[in-house]
Design a protein around this ligand. Structure first.
Ligand code: SF4
Length: 466
């Protein structure tokens, strides 16, 4: 699956870093095994973050939580989950876009104030986080983490409203940026999206249990049905009286992240009615139509280029060959100090199959190029495996601008396309040719007619000013 490659190769591969995954569950049954449901849902969202994981349950004895650094399977023990009983839960998997990789930054964040207990889990990036934090510190707030989420917690605590949900809504009005938030009081589950809806948040149902999740793949594992997406600027509250929905922001306009389709989301997830894998295949079809590449075989970079590679092959009529083997059993690795060792490290994860590659003109397909280091290493390996020519096809436009809405490319100098022309990139990665999918081809593949998308990392057209 595409997600596992990205996860396993983080640290040496040069894809964009993922953001976070969130879940929220409400069951009318206090004896529901809500912690286990949360565990499974987070397991399905693991591709969205591998640095930490956490579950918080609200039960008769208040909040109980388990959080830790690492993968979902490492953080939670069966015994821990068995002890967490209640009818409300939040869960979070994290890749840090703000805040460093340490235990204190693991979510859900638990706070307690005169308004009662509140747990928060966030996916996104609050652009005015520093300014809000400084203002709060001047007013005496003491922060324990680097998290955006803690800013929301302090804003909520400082509100004049006694009701924690209304206090939370007041705080949301002060935020600028991208956020899909799930929150929990002792007896209410809350979900909110920013007014542009950059990051996904979806509502589902399993029997009489409501589930909120970043992606529909979390519903599949729980055998839950998707009900609908939370709309940009919408807030929903779920409790014993059902679901209440309202728009806490006016004049909302969708700027959904197009990179969710290209890279972030799991291929079996459905976004806006579209299967992600199929959208990626269409990117490959469109790339094939736009590209003027002559080759013998289409080889995907596993596993990020597989769907687009299949689409390219179908449209071009050229044979699809899995000419690079992926070692699925390698976990996280250190960034090695020298280029030679780094090359060997890539080879430990991806190995070209000479009998397929040898003497062929290879069309190599990947979903994106961020820094270019991995593409260069893979092309070098293909040549040493006997490729006569290597033509690189990328199923998205060049990533030339940083993202301020939750993808970890916020420093422009990390992006090879910000500094180099297409020809310079081709030369840098050592390809015979380099073709990117056009913005038009991308938008056609994700059916952009039905809503507006953010494409700022490709064109610099930021939906929100910084
Ligand atoms: S800048 Fe790129 S990654 Fe960031 S939200 Fe927009 S499309 Fe997504």
């Amino acid at each position: 699956m595409e997600l596992s490659h990205k996860r396993q190769t983080k640290g040496i591969m040069d894809g964009p870093a993922e953001e976070c995954g969130v879940i929220g569950i409400y069951s009318p049954d206090c004896d529901a095994d809500i912690a286990s449901l949360s565990y499974l849902a987070l397991y399905a969202l693991q591709h969205r973050g591998q640095q930490s994981a956490g579950i918080c349950v609200s039960g008769e004895d208040g909040f109980e939580s388990q959080r830790g650094l690492g993968l979902v399977t490492d953080v939670f023990e069966k015994e821990d989950l068995a002890e967490m009983s209640g009818n409300l839960a939040l869960g979070h998997v994290r890749y840090s876009t703000t805040g460093s990789e340490k235990m204190i930054n693991a979510q859900p964040l638990l706070t307690s104030s005169i308004k009662g207990d509140l747990a928060l889990a966030l996916n996104g990036n609050i652009i005015n986080h520093s300014e809000l934090r400084s203002n709060l510190e001047e007013r005496g707030a003491i922060f324990h983490s680097d998290l955006d989420t803690e800013v929301i917690a302090h804003l909520t605590a400082h509100s004049f409203s006694d009701d924690p949900v209304e206090a939370l809504v007041e705080s949301l009005h002060k935020l600028k940026g991208a956020f899909s938030l799930v929150a929990m009081t002792e007896n209410r589950l809350v979900a909110a999206r920013d007014s542009r809806g950059f990051r996904p948040l979806i509502l589902g149902k399993r029997e009489d249990t409501y589930i909120l999740a970043s992606e529909t793949c979390a519903f599949d594992i729980l055998e839950a049905e998707k009900l609908r997406e939370i709309e940009p600027g919408e807030l929903i509250v779920i409790d014993g009286s059902g679901i209440q929905s309202r728009f806490y922001r006016e004049q909302c306009q969708s700027s959904f992240c197009s990179f969710e389709f290209i890279y972030f989301a799991r291929p079996d997830s459905i976004i806006g009615g579209q299967n992600v894998r199929l959208a990626r295949k269409k990117m490959g079809w469109n790339l094939s139509q736009e590209a003027e590449i002559d080759g013998d075989i289409v080889v995907p970079v596993p596993s990020s280029g597989i769907s687009a590679g299949l689409g390219f092959s179908e449209e071009s009529g050229l044979p699809y060959k899995q000419g690079i083997l992926q070692n699925k059993y390698i976990g996280r690795s250190f960034v090695m100090p020298t280029e030679n060792i780094r090359d060997l490290q890539v080879r430990a994860k991806l190995n070209p199959i000479s009998s397929i590659i040898n003497d062929s003109r290879v069309i190599l397909i990947d979903d994106s190029i961020v820094r270019g280091t991995t593409s260069r290493q893979i092309i070098k390996m293909l040549r040493s495996a006997g490729a006569r020519e290597v033509h690189m096809g990328v199923s998205s436009p060049a990533v030339a601008y940083p993202c301020y809405y939750g993808m970890d490319t916020s420093r422009r100098q990390q992006l090879i396309a910000a500094e180099k022309s297409r020809e310079e990139i081709r030369e840098h990665i050592g390809a015979d040719s380099l073709t990117y999918l056009s913005r038009k081809g991308l938008l056609a593949a994700i059916n952009a007619a039905d809503r507006d998308y953010c494409t700022a990392c490709f064109d610099g057209e930021y939906p929100l000013a910084r």
